[in-house]
Design a protein around this ligand. Structure first.
Ligand code: NAD
Ligand code: DAU
Length: 356
């Protein structure tokens, strides 16, 4: 038995692979294209682990994926692979359409063929888990109830629209072909190994570098925040016990305006790594132009996964943020390699392509 993880060299995928292998003996195949967001250094601790195989490839490369599925016969596919940054989708949506829609379609086609070639026992066990986002539901008014699984789709950015499109394909493959799919919609993740283009690592990195801490608009946009290992645990739970065809919202019951997040990081840095001039890192806060089409509020009602699958987050925002800031302070080499681009050398040094 083995599972195939796509996008497992990115932020959430690498945390997922590491947590999986820490908890279970079942091997993992990690398929990742290694875009700018894929970093094999995230998985360095798995070097030499016989339960782990890394394969470089694109979810949209059909003949290659078909061969891979035939060779490794995974009993589950967990699809993290995506272009994930909203700002990048605004500047250039093309890659988002290609990977998040066309790539997801090609992957589904390969998985459909793989599934139809299975015997009854293997079919009853097989799952395709699609990792989606709360952003497909659009923006909430200040007092509106949190997103439930039946909330209408109203994606507002090219990123969320591309994720919504893939969700619809996944749903259709269940309805039409009987593919046993599961879809999860999670809120904003934070934790170790997040690429410093996203709010929390960007603020940490910029603060330490003496740069501005950019707040889009008034900084009162609200997100729900979840520590990454809690998201990974929720995905394992959905994979193990979720009902095929169902969707599950995953969140931290932790809605916060962006300014509060930035101040919480500033407070930790002021305590743990005070500025040489004795001033607060808060001095570096700068309000900048707002993100076009910026969603005002996301909030997740995670009641279904709690009731049906008994999952709840283990971390509070305070405990998760302390772990996160500590991790970035304790991993200056990881950060330097990401900032300089040296992390891409890992590919040359640590990867021998055996599956082509
Ligand atoms: P990330 O950008 O850090 O990682 C994405 C990974 O996918 C990278 O390793 C990249 O190399 C790989 N990839 C990109 N295109 C690929 C392709 N065509 N074929 C194979 N691999 C490819 O993203 P993340 O933050 O880890 O998010 C992972 C998934 O979770 C995404 O689907 C995202 O939409 C979803 N999600 C993210 C969050 C969040 O807060 N980060 C919240 C909810 C859902
Ligand atoms: O909600 C889940 C989504 O969360 C995921 O699907 C996405 O993959 C993930 O990137 C994230 O999207 P956001 O746009 O919410 O995350 P980001 O970290 O880019 O921004 C968080 C908030 O902070 C958002 O309101 C924009 C704001 N922001 C962001 C950056 C990078 C700033 O004010 N300044 C910044 O420099």
């Amino acid at each position: 038995m083995t599972v195939l993880v796509t996008g497992g060299a990115g932020f959430i995928g690498s945390n997922f692979v590491i947590d999986w292998l820490a908890e279970r003996s079942e091997p993992v195949i990690n398929l990742d294209k290694l875009t700018y967001a894929g970093n094999l250094e995230n998985l360095a601790e798995l070097r030499g682990d016989p339960r782990y195989v890394f394969i470089r490839g694109d979810i949209g490369e059909r003949p290659f994926i078909e061969r891979l599925l035939r060779k490794h016969t995974p009993r589950a596919v967990i699809n993290f692979a995506a272009e994930s940054h909203v700002d990048r989708s605004i500047h250039g949506p093309g890659d988002f359409i290609q990977t998040n829609i066309v790539g997801a379609f090609n992957l589904l086609e390969c998985v459909r063929a793989h599934f139809s070639a299975m015997d009854e026992t293997a079919r009853s066990r097989f799952r395709f888990l699609h990792v989606s986002t709360d952003e497909v539901y659009g923006s909430l008014d200040a007092n509106a109830p949190a997103f439930s699984e039946t909330h209408r789709y109203q994606p507002n950015s090219p990123y969320s629209a591309s994720k919504a499109a893939s969700d619809h394909l996944v749903r259709a493959y269940h309805h039409t072909y009987g593919l046993p799919v599961l879809t999860t919609h999670c809120s904003n993740n934070y934790g170790p190994c997040q690429f410093p283009e996203k709010l929390i690592p960007l603020i940490i990195v910029n603060a330490l570098a003496g740069k501005h801490l950019p707040i889009y608009g008034d900084g009162m946009q609200i997100r729900d925040w979840l520590y990454v290992s809690d998201h990974c645990a929720a995905i394992r739970r959905v994979l193990d016990a979720g009902t095929p065809g169902e969707t599950y919202n995953i969140g931290g019951w932790s809605e916060k305006p962006n300014l509060d997040i930035v101040h919480a990081i500033v407070d930790l840095l002021d305590e743990w790594r005070p500025r040489a001039d004795g001033q607060s890192y808060g001095e570096q806060i700068a309000h900048v132009a707002d993100r076009p089409g910026h969603d005002r509020r996301y909030a997740i009602d995670a009641g279904k996964i709690e009731r049906e699958l008994s999952w709840r987050p283990a971390e509070t925002f305070a405990s998760g943020l302390r772990k996160t800031v500590r991790w970035y302070l304790d991993h200056p080499d990881w950060l330097a390699n990401v900032q300089s681009g040296a992390y891409r050398d890992w590919l040359e040094k640590n990867y021998v392509d055996m599956d082509r």
